[in-house]
Design a protein around this ligand. Structure first.
Ligand code: NAP
Length: 296
């Protein structure tokens, strides 16, 4: 039995012999598992943390093994009931080192993962954003890479995980896109185009999967304080011959709340769509953008 892990034990600890690890009970004693793409940094990392703090076991995907390991090491273990009333089992999270844009090998990598970790209840579609720049300046290969890394990889992930969700009659798919699906952002040509393709994919999937109790929703982050935003501000500043702080200041000015978003604020919206509370909501795109969008 996990020492110190009682039923109300949010924040309880397990004594592993060498060090104490926080333990969170799975809600209702039922283990839910989430695959989180792009989980090593930024928004995906915040999503992984948020879900784990609510008792969800996380499969954290990204390319950097070191960053994923540090994430998995810091997440609380998930406690589920054991074979007898007095026993509990602690479930660990999983780092899945994988480049989602290498779609020719993604399916075989996922097959190995599924043999190890089984089906998932929650699929969070997320990866690194495409390079900035105008549409016309973009190389054809930038489009190929973005479509492979977002649309094609999402299709492969869905083909892998949706059958299990259908079998259980429930599932949650949440895609992290951008406010550009409603209002294109200047200087993000490839990204704007790829997000629209993803939004169309999500909306179509939502209709197809609704009869099986599976919801598909989208979260549209506004300007959010992550490595991605830092890189974009750097690139724009270099191109325009201004300081990157000035670029960030412009973004803040275009946001009625007068600040950048924090990754945790995006993660809360993802966790809502992934929760039982959102059981009758599907095909929706929720902007979490401090009021940036001018449309309803
Ligand atoms: N931040 C914003 O203001 C903002 C606004 C709107 C939309 N978005 C979008 O939201 C998503 C997440 O953004 P973010 O700001 O969190 O970005 P980020 O800080 O750059 O994090 C991106 C994550 O994706 C992973 N990743 C990148 N390429 C990958 C690949 N080929 N295969 C697997 N994992 C990959 C990265 O980890 P590894 O390097 O370890 O692979 C990292 O964990 C992006 O699509 C971004 O464009 C962000």
């Amino acid at each position: 039995m996990a020492k110190g892990a009682d039923k109300g034990g949010l924040g309880a600890v397990a004594d592993t012999g060498e060090m104490s690890v926080p333990v969170i009970p799975a809600p209702g004693g039922i283990l839910r598992t989430a695959f989180v793409g792009g989980a090593s940094k930024g928004i995906g990392r915040a999503v992984a943390r948020h879900l784990a703090s609510r008792g969800v076991r996380v499969i954290a995907c990204g390319r950097s093994a070191g960053e994923l390991k540090s994430l998995v090491d810091e997440l609380p273990l998930i406690e589920v009931p054991g074979p007898s009333p007095k026993e509990t089992i602690l479930k660990a999270h999983k780092a899945f080192v994988c480049d989602l844009s290498k779609t020719e090998t993604l399916e075989s990598e996922l097959k190995k993962l599924v043999l190890d970790t089984g089906a998932v209840d929650i699929l969070v579609l997320n990866s690194g954003g495409p390079k900035g720049g105008s549409v016309l300046d973009a190389d054809v290969d930038e489009f190929r890479k973005a479509i492979e890394g977002h649309l094609v990889s999402s299709q492969i992930l869905a083909k892998m995980y949706v059958p299990g969700m259908k079998h259980r009659g429930q599932g949650r798919i949440v895609s992290i896109l951008s406010t550009s699906v409603r209002q294109p952002i200047a200087g993000l040509g490839v990204s704007n185009s790829t997000r629209w393709a993803m939004a169309a994919w999500c909306k179509t999937m939502a209709g197809e999967l609704a009869p099986f109790g599976i919801t598909v929703n989208m979260v549209l982050p506004g300007f959010t304080r992550t490595t991605r935003l830092d890189e974009l501000s750097e690139a724009q500043a270099t191109k325009r011959g201004i300081k990157k702080e000035e670029v960030v200041e412009e973004w803040i000015k275009s946001t009625p709340m007068g600040r950048l978003g924090e990754p945790e604020e995006i993660a809360s919206a993802v966790a809502f769509f992934a929760s039982p509370a959102a059981s009758f909501i599907t095909g929706q795109a929720l902007a979490v953008d401090g009021g940036r969008l001018g449309s309803v």
